[in-house]
Write a protein that binds this ligand. Structure first.
Ligand code: HSE
Length: 311
């Protein structure tokens, strides 16, 4: 094998109460990366499609090539590669776009090299790429994109990631308004310290969400999908956010929140019809505010990134 293509799914980081420590993957959309072995030692980003020319073309500014370089360096491999990136995920959307490119590239290079690393061992290399993309090496997008399901990042030092199977019944609605919000910018606005009261509320909700997912207990999941840390500040960037929560819950969704650092919003529901209804209702609210928005309804992805082509 000299060339491998891999797909990595979009992700919802934070999931309301799990700021920087919880995320899940959806089945679609996602990014695709093809990696082809070279005869020399160069790491070349040969093409990017689907980004409208917006991403930097320098290899060391793109998450796919940064992740591959980190992987090869850590294993002491001097292998050169050509990287082709097909972006399906919108940039600055809060759907884990930068993470998906890095993860697809890692899954492809790992396979080409004979899978020397486990999926868990790939997480730090994908985090390194996130640092380049948005100035912060958070794992709540890359870990679920690699592992599938819901992933709790219990600790960063040392890294401790725990995967939880999602229930078969659960559907995610993503509604992406055509606005761009850089993660770096939406992190800068956050408070650097939080009150004891907010810490207690957030801890109760994250514990409730974990238990709700594991049982599963849908009512408990719904009660726990609340965020008192990032959402109260970031909601200001999303026109009509509070009204969207109301219409999503009225449609029967279990909960509603900001996907990652936004501006995409998400809802979790117990069935596809509810998830579709919630998506339409949220989309209408964006349209009322003269914003075009795309709706994606998907099951929770259970397997993470995967190989799509071997040649
Ligand atoms: N946890 C990160 C944040 C996710 O909210 O800033 C970014 O997608």
């Amino acid at each position: 094998m000299t060339s491998i293509k891999a797909f990595a799914p979009a992700t919802v980081a934070n999931v309301c109460c799990g700021f920087d420590i919880l995320g899940f993957a959806v089945d679609h959309p996602g990014d695709e990366v093809r990696i082809t072995l070279r005869k020399d030692e160069l790491i070349q980003l040969v093409s990017i499609t689907g980004d409208g020319g917006k991403l930097p073309r320098e290899a060391m500014k793109n998450t796919a090539s940064v992740a591959v370089a980190s992987f090869l360096r850590s294993l002491g491999l001097n292998q050169g590669v050509d990287i082709e990136l097909n972006k399906n995920l919108p940039l600055g959307s809060g759907m884990g776009s930068s993470a998906a490119s890095g993860v697809a590239a890692l899954v492809a290079i790992n396979e080409l090299m004979g899978n020397p690393l486990t999926r868990e061992q790939l997480v730090p290399h994908a985090m390194e790429a996130e640092r380049v993309a948005c100035g912060s090496a958070h794992a709540d997008n890359v870990a679920p994109s690699l592992l599938g399901g819901f992933v709790l990042v219990r600790d960063y030092s040392p890294l401790d990631v725990i995967r939880i199977d999602a229930t078969e019944k659960m559907y995610c609605t993503l509604v992406h308004p055509h606005l761009e919000l850089k993660t770096e910018d939406s992190r800068k606005v956050l408070r650097q310290s939080i009150s004891l009261k907010d810490t207690i509320t957030q801890s109760g909700n994250i514990a409730g969400l974990m238990i709700g997912l594991m049982k599963p207990d849908y009512a408990l999941i719904g009660r726990s999908l609340k965020d008192v840390i990032a959402e109260p500040i970031r909601a200001a960037f999303i026109p009509g956010f509070d009204k969207m929560r109301t219409v999503a819950l009225e449609s029967g969704a279990l909960g509603f929140g900001i996907s990652g650092s936004g501006p995409t919003v998400f809802a979790l529901s117990e069935s596809r019809p509810i998830a579709t209804r919630a998506g339409e209702a949220i989309q209408q609210e964006f349209e009322r505010r003269e914003l075009i928005a795309d709706v994606y309804v998907s099951k929770i992805n259970q397997r993470g990134a995967y190989i799509t082509e071997r040649t």
